[in-house]
Design a protein around this ligand. Structure first.
Ligand code: NAD
Ligand code: SAH
Length: 423
């Protein structure tokens, strides 16, 4: 039984899914293949990913492959209620062949409701989980350990989730195989860099409607996401400042042409701040005290702890909502700072997330990794498993072909030459 906000919103959600579907050639191929081969026949899949149109289509692809799907979100603010309604309704009434799927998610769920939704999706007893950030894995290893015996394995979508899996594996507490989808080249090189690079700016621009050109934009973290955000900031005409803790990444940012300095220094200069570190306490009281009046702060990394919104909530002299997703905090010193989307992922809480074609690649890897788990049930070692290279290569080749591109192949002589060591 679904737990959604409003089933009457389904027609609007169905249009969003249909638009995504028209622009996802890799998932379109997989839906055709899976409808015949049924790799998930007899298996239950629980998925916790941002509940929006591209994710809904992934759910239908897995369902077409025979999976019994149970679906929830992975962030209380990124669920789109119309999409959740459409997925729950199915599309047979609009001429499609997709049956309704149980969805447990609604926008702006409280922390208790959010956990209740994750729990409901898990209590169906999945064999495979698809996680984004580690919430499902966490519950299965803490409050819902009785469900562990059913689990064949799972897939993790994002950098922070993978870091957590690595920590669990290091201390020997991870209880089943988890495939690190984020670490596939066809994922992080495109999703984290170009996806975040575009969608973060879409989220900021549609929310603030302010000019970027000529402003000082401070970007914390020069990983894959930070690189994408910085590259696009330059395109908008911003002066870009990068903060880092890794000396190599800091040098990379410097040679890419950006200013590099500690946050304590950057705080005094920035007009717009974007965090993308996966770490905590990036912008805190010491920075709030010196940041310019009317600066805008937002986050693109996992969780709402990169900008210390909790401090602002409890210490600001005044808190005034400017418009949806922009909160003004007036400090004791009289300055006002604007925080977007409660310091949660600005591209998803205040936008539609990554572009469709990017999620086509990420979700093709998800679908093929889930199939790998099903095909190899009982054979995989407990622990963290990389995406098989064949999946990465197949996705790249399919994407090239969808773009109408082909590439060269090594001749036997070239292969021999590259494998040799003599002159
Ligand atoms: P990454 O590991 O490639 O990059 C993170 C960077 O932050 C590293 O270079 C690291 O040195 C730096 N860093 C860490 N702590 C720091 C600190 N205290 N100050 C300054 N820099 C610091 O990771 P990534 O793939 O770029 O992902 C970053 C975060 O964004 C993760 O939490 C990830 O889950 C999330 N993510 C979000 C989206 C999205 O749609 N918004 C997409 C992909 C990933
Ligand atoms: N639960 C965490 C998840 C981190 S989100 C949180 O809410 O903080 C980061 C992941 O979101 C990325 O790895 C990316 O693949 C995914 N993502 C980005 N845009 C998306 C979209 N439009 N639909 C679904 N997932 C998306």
């Amino acid at each position: 039984m679904s737990d959604i906000r409003d089933s009457s919103l389904a027609p609007s959600g169905e249009k969003k899914i249909a638009w995504a579907c028209r622009n996802m050639p890799l998932l379109n191929n997989l839906v055709k293949e899976f409808s015949v081969t049924k790799p998930f026949k007899g298996l239950k899949v629980t998925l916790s990913v941002h509940m929006e149109a591209k994710t809904a289509y992934l759910c239908r692809v897995l369902q077409a492959g025979g999976a019994e799907m149970h679906v929830t979100g992975c962030n209380p603010l990124s669920t789109q209620d119309d999409v959740a309604a459409a997925l729950a309704a199915g599309n047979s009434h609009t001429g499609g062949s997709d049956a309704g799927i149980d969805v447990y998610a609604y926008h702006a769920a409280t922390p208790e409701e959010y956990e209740r939704h994750l729990t409901a999706a898990l209590e169906t007893g999945p064999n495979i989980i698809i996680d984004d950030g580690g919430d499902l894995v966490n519950l299965l290893h803490t409050k819902l350990t009785h469900l562990l015996p059913n689990i064949l394995g799972g897939c993790e979508e994002t950098t922070t989730g993978v870091m957590r899996l690595n920590s669990m594996a290091r201390e020997g507490s991870l209880k089943f195989p988890m495939i690190t989808v984020n670490n596939a080249r066809c994922k992080y090189l495109f999703d984290n860099r170009y996806g975040t690079g575009q969608s973060v700016w879409d989220g900021i621009n549609r929310t603030t409607n302010l000019i970027v050109a000529g402003k000082n934009v401070v970007i914390a973290g020069y990983g894959w996401c930070g690189k994408g955000i910085s590259m696009r900031a330059r395109g908008f005409g911003a002066r870009v400042i990068v903060t880092e803790i890794d000396p190599v990444k800091a040098l990379e940012a410097m040679m890419d042409g950006f200013d590099v300095m500690p946050m304590a220094q950057a705080a005094k200069l920035g007009d717009l701040f974007i965090t993308a570190t996966g770490c905590r306490d990036i912008i805190t009281k010491e920075h709030f005290d010196v940041i310019k009046d009317r600066a805008v702060l937002c986050n693109a990394g996992h969780f709402n702890v990169e900008v210390d919104v909790q401090y602002l909530d409890s210490h600001a002299a005044r808190r005034t909502e400017q418009k949806p997703n922009i909160m003004g905090y007036t400090l004791e010193n009289g300055k006002t700072l604007f925080v977007l989307a409660e310091g949660r992922l600005v591209n998803l809480a205040s936008g539609d997330g990554h572009p469709v074609e990017i999620m086509d690649m990420s979700f093709a890897i998800q679908a093929l990794s889930a199939k790998y788990l099903a095909d190899n049930r009982g054979k995989l070692a407990v622990g963290v498993i990389p995406v098989p290279e064949e999946i990465d290569t197949a996705v790249a080749l399919k994407k090239l072909s969808a773009c109408g591109l082909s590439i060269d192949a090594l001749s036997p002589e070239q292969k021999k030459y590259l494998a040799s060591w003599g002159v």
